[in-house]
Design a protein around this ligand. Sequence first.
Ligand code: NI
Ligand code: MN
Length: 228
Amino acid sequence: MKITYHGHSCVQIEVNGKSLIIDPFISGNAAAVTKVEEIKTDAVLLTHAHMDHILDAAPIAKSNNAPVVAIVELAGYLESTGVQTIGMNIGGTVDLGFAKATMIHAFHTSSITLEDGQSIYGGTPAGFIIEAEGRTILHAGDTGLFGDLKMFGELYEIDLAILPIGGHFTMGPEHALIAAKWLGARQVLPVHYNTFPPIRQDAGAFVQALEEAGIRGSALGYGETLEL
Ligand code: NI
Ligand code: MN
């Protein structure tokens, strides 16, 4: 299984010759090294409706003839714009054939911003637990620290936790370290940092703090990959 970091919160997971991409925000990211047109995928998963998570979802879904998997309100909105979707909700599992995706809660907000600047309800924010090839990956989405991460640590053997560390809009590195411990994660990929000035963080220091806690830290650069 191969995990590629496309920047911000966007990761692509390749398994059994298929792939899913989570939270594509590439064309709006000045540091991106991938082009949206180059993305080949079989499903697009969205944690919530904020622009820095869904910006490139519709073009990627359309060009790949792939469904967008999202909470029902966000899925309904995208469906109305001509995107093929699979609407789901917190606690549910969708079997994509090559991987299973379970939607978990996150503590954040979620709204769809329309072209005229108005916001409409986007459902509640979420994270995903992805299971494939006997491996378990948790993508926390945008969230603050919350106690149920301990529960997910009890329920799942988490091989890789993908956690936001930027602070300001989500938890920062101190809380992400606690989240990693509560999840019992074997390995952590920090995301949602350095994209914008308010979320500047030292990923190297975070990785060092993880290593001191006996957890493998993998701060990938844009376009870099790890094998699981
Ligand atoms: Ni957000
Ligand atoms: Mn965000």
